[in-house]
Design a protein around this ligand. Structure first.
Ligand code: DGP
Length: 121
């Protein structure tokens, strides 16, 4: 797959507000926050979309959720609650083709979490 902006963040070629790093993953603050806390948790391995996750990636994808829970606990919003979501493809509005968990917290979050981007004909 072609390199995305997230590979540049992993490689420290562009700056980001990094809140967690380990061998498998990186977490940093979203540049366009949709909640008081809006983190992106990404694997260091570039995987374009959920559709590209292989059997061998199962542990890695689980690891991203473990990081989400750890950050929620460490940052003090685990008990208040938060949302973890991963967009896949055009209809979900995915814009960066390197999978990432959005972790949103710090206020009551509405449901459903979207507004229609296209009007019905
Ligand atoms: P998605 O729509 O699920 O593909 O979300 C991509 C998110 O990535 C979006 O919320 C904005 C964020 N983003 C895009 N470019 C950058 C960047 O250069 N730095 C940071 N921190 N976030 C970025």
């Amino acid at each position: 797959m072609s390199e995305t902006i997230f590979t540049k963040i992993i490689n420290r070629e562009i700056p980001a507000d990094i809140v967690h790093e380990d061998d498998l993953s990186l977490a940093f603050r979203d540049i366009n926050p949709q909640a008081p806390v809006h983190l992106l948790i990404i694997p260091k391995k570039p995987i374009a979309t959920i559709n590209d996750i292989t059997e061998g990636d199962r542990e890695l994808v689980g690891h991203l959720h473990w990081v989400a829970a750890k950050l929620a606990s460490d940052m003090g919003f685990a008990e208040d609650g938060y949302r973890v979501v991963m967009n896949c493809g055009e209809n979900a509005g995915q814009t960066v083709f390197h999978i990432h968990l959005h972790l949103l917290a710090g206020k009551p979050l509405g449901w459903p979490p979207y507004t229609d981007r296209m009007k019905q004909a």
